[in-house]
Design a protein around this ligand. Structure first.
Ligand SMILES: Cc1cc2nc3c(=O)[nH]c(=O)nc-3n(C[C@H](O)[C@H](O)[C@H](O)COP(=O)(O)OP(=O)(O)OC[C@H]3O[C@@H](n4cnc5c(N)ncnc54)[C@H](O)[C@@H]3O)c2cc1C
Length: 345
């Protein structure tokens, strides 16, 4: 998303931009997403939710998002809902196919199926969607106990990160963190990324395959990112959600629960009161750590100097949501705009 946004904004500002898209279709993970572009209502909540994030970048996204949403809407991107259905957050839900089409229509030149040529003349905006699709980079930085299943588009293999690091760029905070979901421990397809997410951990007790309870419902954050990250660090990056009869009656559980086992089928003795157990695996949607940039989206070295002509946007930028979770789409939208405006300025 960030690359398309940057190119559309650059064109508005009179700059010719070419979007290189490595994949066979535009839109990246945005196209597969729920399309909710959001921020916390209260700045204090954002800081509390993502306490180790870069405050300047958080402020930038938080302050610019509402205008940025207006800009996106003005392009004709179809809004499905004017709110997020979460009282802690504000934003809009877009139809992601329509959003992709409206950006692509105004982007100028789009080269599909072509990885960006790196190291050419002129400014370059890295917007490759992080490194969640690279098992090697995930292993190096996130260090899960076992490879994480991918719940995102397959082309975000860290090309932006590796290019910038080779230019002397610095890493952000939060390189071991990621946003993802616990998913059923069964095969699933792109179409099931959203509906199959096991998003009811607050009603469950979490055990690993050795029978160790590693997380309890009351410790689950509202985004459930903390339980997914904890699952990634258990043997096999998998777990069992143990549910009581009372939990099974919860609508959030009933609507989403994957194939369940009877307590007697577990590889350990279930605690009394267990009525069912759902095997889950940790999946990665995108990385939270990445490149360090300034508030003009310029890629930074460790000494605070900028790498000449190199910008980053979207989740190639790290550290915005470190310590918690914030909207990747908001980060892509605002930083895409900022990168284009910096180049124009
Ligand atoms: C199922 C699902 C639900 C989600 N729901 C939400 C939600 O409701 N709200 C929210 O805020 N976030 C959501 N997200 C996350 C959101 O989609 C991402 O945070 C967002 O798309 C990141 O934007 P981006 O531009 O950085 O990456 P992307 O949108 O993934 O775009 C990166 C693009 O770069 C391309 N690329 C990679 N390498 C190269 C290369 N070398 N050369 C050229 N192109 C390259 C990729 O193919 C891709 O098209 C969801 C994601 C998924 C998968």
């Amino acid at each position: 998303m960030a690359g398309l946004v940057a190119a559309v904004r650059a064109r508005e500002l009179g700059i010719d931009a070419v979007v290189y898209e490595k994949g066979t279709r535009p839109g990246g993970s945005m196209l597969l997403s729920s399309g909710v572009v959001w921020r916390h209502c209260r700045w204090e909540d954002f800081r509390q939710e993502c306490p180790t994030g870069d405050e300047r970048l958080q402020r930038l996204v938080w302050e610019r998002l509402d205008d940025a949403l207006g800009w996106l809407r003005s392009l004709g991107a179809p809004v499905v809902a004017d709110e997020t259905e979460n009282p802690l957050t504000t934003g809009m839900r877009f139809d992601t196919r329509g959003l992709t089409d409206s950006l692509v229509a105004q982007v100028g030149t789009l080269r599909l199926g072509t990885a960006a040529p790196l190291g050419g003349d002129g400014p370059l905006v890295l917007a490759t969607g992080g490194f969640g699709a690279s098992p090697e980079l995930v292993d190096r930085y996130v260090q899960p106990a076992a490879p994480l299943r991918l719940r995102a588009s397959p082309w975000s293999t860290g090309d932006g990160l590796e290019h910038a690091l080779a230019q002397g760029a610095a890493l952000s905070a939060g390189t071991a963190e990621f946003y993802g979901r616990n998913m059923p421990d069964t095969p699933w397809t792109e179409a099931e990324f959203v509906p199959a997410a096991q998003l009811y951990a607050r009603h469950a007790r979490m055990f690993d395959e050795h029978g160790v309870e590693f997380f309890r419902g009351e410790d689950v954050s509202w985004s459930e990112t903390n339980v997914v990250q904890a699952t990634a660090r258990r043997p096999g990056a998998r777990a069992y959600y143990l549910l009581t009869e009372e939990a099974l009656a919860e609508p959030a559980v009933a609507e989403r629960m994957g194939a369940a086992l009877a307590p007697g089928e577990l590889p350990f003795a279930a605690p009394p009161g267990t009525a069912a157990a759902v095997p889950v695996v940790a999946s990665i949607t995108h990385t939270i750590g990445g490149l360090r940039v300034d508030e003009h989206a310029r890629v930074l070295r460790a000494d605070g100097t900028t790498v000449d002509g190199l910008f980053a946007a979207g989740v190639d930028v790290g550290g915005v949501a470190a310590g918690g979770y914030a909207s990747g789409l908001a980060q892509a939208l605002v930083l895409g705009l900022v990168a284009a405006e910096s180049i124009a300025g």
